[in-house]
Design a protein around this ligand. Structure first.
Ligand code: IPM
Ligand code: MG
Length: 364
């Protein structure tokens, strides 16, 4: 088995190094190969997703991804910006199903900005469609308006679109995921205003006929955003389009205390996947050794479970993370009075120690 390791920009290399350390500690027979991606790849090779990186990602069984992006690339033409690397990988590898679990760990109930009783025990799964919608819809661009409120003026436009097969396949993924959990699925749309999302709602409702054992509800995205902070535990599995999923998954992340805790999986139709933390490259704290590596470490666990067929190894990582939190170790983003603040490396070392029982916990 081969894992492509793409650390990327900002805190990417620091957090990925910890996840790699944890994977190595499992002593399983897989090979890892690293390649450049994002702004750092643009600097070194003139493109955020160099040919060689794409080829490696395609050839590997799974991809472990850090994060991309830095303000210093904001002025570049869009095709050269770091974000194009992750969008390109999603598209080229056909990674249409994005799993973003939001789990509130018992020890972190007080790290959430919501009242502890609202988030204690929270365990929801956001399934975001990842290769369609306004993110990829053509046409898009800038032009001179020929109609609208200001004909003759400069305007920009994007296209929101979804085809029936795109909605059907993500709906199947979501219903099947709901079957493995509490059999409750919330489909989020904006059918009251958008044609694309009336169609989404209709198709999801049709697919539901094949899953009568799953309870389906529909929510408009504005209401879903509100319900997520009003009563998050009322949700189980949420399925939505690319744009709404981008926004709602960040919101859900914060319910758990810190986006620094949240892993994610992007899967293709055969279960091959790219695994990345739900957070970004955080250039403001890059290189300081303070970033939380747990989202990336937990992404590696998801990789073992969903793509590499090593559920026991995934359990070992997840239990180790719980043990480390139980021992009171915290990076800055989840630190609170009475716990021990540690840096990125010490957190990774502690997870390794909990897995192997060999090394001692270092404090920094
Ligand atoms: C995410 C990110 C990306 C997205 C960016 C970096 C392109 O926000 O994975 O949620 O918008 O999908
Ligand atoms: Mg996002």
């Amino acid at each position: 088995m081969k894992i492509a390791v793409l650390p990327g920009d900002g805190i990417g290399p620091e957090i990925v190094a910890e996840a790699v350390k944890v994977l190595k500690a499992l002593e399983l027979p897989f090979e890892m190969e690293t390649a450049a991606v994002g702004g750092s790849a643009f600097d070194a090779h003139g493109h955020p997703l160099p040919e060689a990186t794409l080829a490696l990602a395609k050839a590997a069984d799974a991809v472990l991804f850090g994060a991309v992006g830095d303000w210093k690339y904001d002025k570049l033409e869009r095709q050269f910006r770091p974000e194009q690397a992750i969008l390109g990988l999603r598209k080229q590898l056909g990674l249409f199903a994005n799993f973003r679990p939001a789990i509130c760990y018992e020890q972190l109930t007080h790290a959430s900005s919501l009242k502890p009783e609202l988030v204690a025990g929270l365990d929801i799964l956001i399934i975001r469609e990842l290769t369609g919608d306004i993110y990829f819809g053509q046409p898009r661009g800038r032009r001179t308006a020929i109609d609208g409120h200001f004909p003759g003026s400069e305007e920009a436009f994007d296209t929101m679109r979804y085809s029936r097969p795109e909605i059907e396949r993500i709906a199947h993924v979501a219903f099947q995921a709901a079957r493995k959990r509490n059999r409750k699925l919330t489909s989020v749309d904006k059918a009251n205003v958008l044609e694309t999302f009336q169609f989404w709602k209709d198709v999801v409702t049709e697919v539901h006929a094949q899953y009568p054992d799953v309870q389906l509800e529909h929510l408009y995205v504005d209401n879903a955003a509100m319900q997520l902070v009003r009563a998050p535990k009322a949700f189980d599995v949420v399925v939505t389009g690319n744009l709404f999923g981008d926004i709602l998954s960040d919101e859900a992340a914060l319910l758990t205390g810190s986006i620094g805790m949240l892993p994610s999986a992007c899967l293709d139709k055969n279960g091959k996947g790219l695994y990345e933390p739900s957070h970004g490259s955080a250039p403001d704290i890059a290189g300081k050794g303070v970033a939380n590596p747990l989202a990336t470490i937990l992404s590696a666990a998801m990789m073992l479970r969903y793509t590499l067929n090593q559920p026991e190894a995934a359990d070992r990582i997840e239990s180790a993370v719980k043990a480390v939190l139980g021992a009171g170790l915290r990076t800055g983003d989840i630190w609170s009075e009475g716990t021990t603040k540690v840096g990125t490396r010490a957190m990774g070392d502690a997870v390794v120690a909990a897995i192997t029982g060999k090394t001692t916990i270092t404090k920094t």
